[in-house]
Design a protein around this ligand. Sequence first.
Ligand code: NAD
Ligand code: ZN
Ligand code: ZN
Length: 338
Amino acid sequence: MKAVVVNQESNGVEVVEHEMPTIGHGEALVKVDCCGVCHTDLHVAHGDFGEVPGRILGHEGIGIVEEIGEGVTSLKVGDRVSIAWFFEGCGHCEYCTTGRETLCRSVKNAGYSVDGGMSEYAVVTADYAVKVPDGLDSAQASSITCAGVTTYKAIKEAGAAPGQWIAVYGAGGLGNLAVQYAKKVFNAHVVAIDINNDKLELAKEVGADLIVNGKEVEDVGAYIQEKTGGCHGVVVTAVSKVAFNQAIDSVRAGGTVVAVGLPSEYMDLSIVKTVLDGIRVVGSLVGTRKDLEEAFAFGAQGLVVPVVEKVSVDEAPEVFEQMEKGTIQGRKVLDFSK
Ligand code: NAD
Ligand code: ZN
Ligand code: ZN
């Protein structure tokens, strides 16, 4: 079967002929329909979280269950399911039992610690694969499997309420969905910040009330404070320390900055401002199975419409290059259906 794997020698990724996986107890074999390319795949390919040569990438996989292993009761053949970054938790630790399963210390992550969704066939742990509701296109569901659920969860973490201002730094694959969830699901006012005008135009099209080019405005934080009175919550998806620092300056007293992007850097955090303004800074990692179920439902209702473009699997290396250059609008989704 065809698969996209990590290969540092060929600029990070390579499309290869890979042996078929086999399933064990509690697992299901999924015939992959499509898999989105997330910036996290680029981090994995670059070895930013440790080197994983030969690993099948991908955690925005969507496919149809073709076979179930012994003991599987939660899935049946023919179900349409997701292959997500949160691939499996231990099920019994303090995080798994308190609604914070993505923080499980024994977690398995698709496309990083276990093989992911960028292959014609993939294996899932049946109880952890979330079903895709009818009426939601597979390529759009693919984008929700990581970009959607991550930003939906991050906006929850920001404590967004109707009528409040939410800032979204980075208007790429995650950012354009963050704008949509903030606007259409949480009824917030949204300001989108990027350094690329094409991405900002897209953010505007999908609902941003205000757009700001971080390279054209001199003091981004002060500008946003002036226009909004200070944001109640900020979600940072940009892969840049600069954006994290501007995010702190955009928030009002009592506000929350939610860190989502993963640049390998440190952010500057004024202790005085953090204390005197009562700012909360929190990290947010994808979402639980329940969060994904909710994020899918808003997609199926048509409230959130991911901007996706299907491309052939052989184009994967070029898509990774485009991701690195920042030239992708929304998400490119590898099409395994052909
Ligand atoms: P992307 O490349 O599609 O989007 C990143 C966007 O940030 C681009 O539009 C780029 O122009 C913009 N940007 C770059 N520098 C900026 C700056 N200084 N100010 C404002 N915008 C700037 O990537 P993506 O797929 O949306 O992923 C974004 C980040 O989120 C990656 O680091 C990825 O690994 C991470 N991520 C985290 C989680 C999580 O659970 N926390 C989940 C998925 C992805
Ligand atoms: Zn991702
Ligand atoms: Zn656990």
